[in-house]
Design a protein around this ligand. Structure first.
Ligand code: ADP
Ligand code: ASP
Ligand code: MG
Length: 444
């Protein structure tokens, strides 16, 4: 059994859905197929939630009719027979009617979760129906029946396994099961959702629960590249990464992978393959612990970082001072990414600013605190990268770009620098040039 996950672009058009179908029928292994919503649909649903908040009934009606039509168009283009088209269209209309009903309720967390996860429901319903119509037998599973993820940070895989096995035992046997990414149920059994881009995580949670042979993440690029292809030309895919390397890159901004993707499969040693739906023959990236190559592998960047400097003369030689500061962040459930200290000051970064005001207020009582927003962490990743004899070259960036913080040696596999977000793209390009294009024997 394998898990295959197809992202928004892969399921984003009729042409692409047909490519996905080809991939599914290219071998006879049993598969669980996790699908995202069509590209752009979750964004529309996020806007719909805003319409609900402001009770904008015109916009709600407009958005829901637009979504219905978008999915009708896909049905029309995928299926020739009008009768069969109508069967699928009735299913879509039933879901849209349900969405109207949810949209008429006052805004709440539960309304939000219900609405933003409908994109996956709509798409999987059409795709499963289409495959069955053309003779690719499959069974559609409702992820809400088994994705019980009490804690998004730490899902109870055993619970998902138990539920999923139960669901599978009551449904017809099939070699292809199709289900929705992103949606889950919380500890109270209410509909909830993973973070944006979370279908990757759905795939590895299922993969871990069923202890599959591999999880394949099919997307619109041929694997994880050594730098961000949205900002840097001449990037190239990396054939192999360890779980640690992939986790660091995903956490620090490599959009191709949801930050938590690898965590459910690491201890079970299930490989994760990143593959290109538009070029299935391309090697892609394999994430596993089977191969270790030391040295620099890739660079990524994470935006939305806030730098905080805390300065106090009382810190001089005072033990317990750092603990006192960390306790404030802990109290407000705000995790810290980077940290550097001097004798009288400490600089650290956070990405969740929802409790920043309260944190500042508490610390202000005994220290001087300054907050700088709009920063990016640039992360240089590779096993034992700190020992790479060429890694010094990255510090040449100091000649050209103001660097706010450096973190070296916190982990052997990661060197991070903090820059103003306006300097992110020049930094990525500079580092690409220095570290990957100057014939410097770095391991890849
Ligand atoms: P999906 O909808 O399939 O989940 P995503 O948009 O989430 O796809 O991820 C794929 C995109 O990630 C690529 O199109 C690419 O622009 C972007 N990306 C950012 N950093 C990297 C990287 N280091 N390697 C590959 N792709 C990356
Ligand atoms: N559809 C969701 C999103 O756009 C989940 C995903 O695509 O992974 O965030
Ligand atoms: Mg994604």
């Amino acid at each position: 059994m394998k898990v295959l996950k197809f992202g928004g672009t892969s399921v984003g058009s009729v042409e692409n859905l047909k490519k996905v179908k080809e991939i599914l029928i290219s071998d006879h292994e049993d598969k669980i197929v996790v699908c995202s919503a069509m590209a752009g649909v979750t964004d529309t649903l996020v806007r719909l939630v805003e319409n609900i908040k402001f009770n904008d009934t015109d916009a709600i009606t407009r958005n829901l009719h637009k979504l219905e039509q978008k999915h009708f168009d896909v049905i029309d283009a995928l299926i020739d027979d009008e009768e069969l088209q109508n069967v699928l269209k009735r299913g879509i209309t039933a879901t849209i009617t349900e969405m109207f009903e949810v949209s008429s309720q006052p805004y709440s967390k539960s309304v939000n979760s219900k609405i933003i996860t409908y994109g996956e429901t709509l798409l999987t319903f059409i795709f499963s129906g289409y495959l069955n119509i053309i003779g690719v037998a499959n069974v559609l599973l409702d992820a809400k029946e088994f994705m019980y993820v009490d804690s998004v940070e730490n899902p109870n895989i055993e619970r998902v396994k138990h539920r999923l096995e139960q669901v599978l035992s009551t449904r017809p046997k099939s070699s292809i099961y199709i289900t929705q990414g992103f949606v889950c149920k919380d500890s109270e059994g209410q509909i909830s959702h993973l973070n944006r881009g979370g279908s990757d995580y759905t795939a590895t949670i299922i993969g871990s629960a069923l202890q599959v042979s591999e999880v394949q993440i099919w997307t619109d690029i041929d694997g994880l590249h050594n730098n961000d292809p949205r900002y840097v030309d001449e990037t190239r895919p990396i054939a192999r990464l360890t779980y640690d390397e992939a986790a660091e890159l995903a956490y620090f901004g490599a959009k191709i992978l949801h930050p938590q993707t690898v965590s459910p499969v690491v201890t079970k040693n299930i490989p994760v393959l990143l593959k290109n739906t538009f070029d299935p023959e391309a090697l892609g990236t394999t994430i596993s612990n089977a191969y270790h190559t030391k040295g620099l592998k890739a660079i990524s960047a994470k935006d939305g970082i806030t730098a905080i400097k805390i300065k106090s003369n009382r810190m001089l030689m005072a033990h317990g001072y750092l603990r006192r500061i960390f306790e404030v962040f802990d109290h407000y459930q705000t995790s810290i990414d980077m940290i550097t200290t001097s004798e009288i000051a400490i600089s650290l970064t956070i990405d969740n600013t929802s409790n920043l005001d309260k944190i500042v207020k508490e610390i202000e009582a005994y220290a001087e605190i300054t907050v700088e927003q709009d920063h990016s962490i640039i992360c240089i990743v590779g096993e034992a990268v700190i020992n790479d004899k060429n890694s010094y070259k990255l510090f040449e960036i100091l000649n050209y770009i103001p660097v706010r913080m450096v973190s070296y040696g916190g982990s052997n596999n990661n060197i991070s620098i903090l820059v103003d977000t306006k300097d992110k793209i020049p930094s990525l390009r500079f580092l690409n040039e220095k570290l990957f294009q100057t014939n410097n024997e770095m391991a890849l």
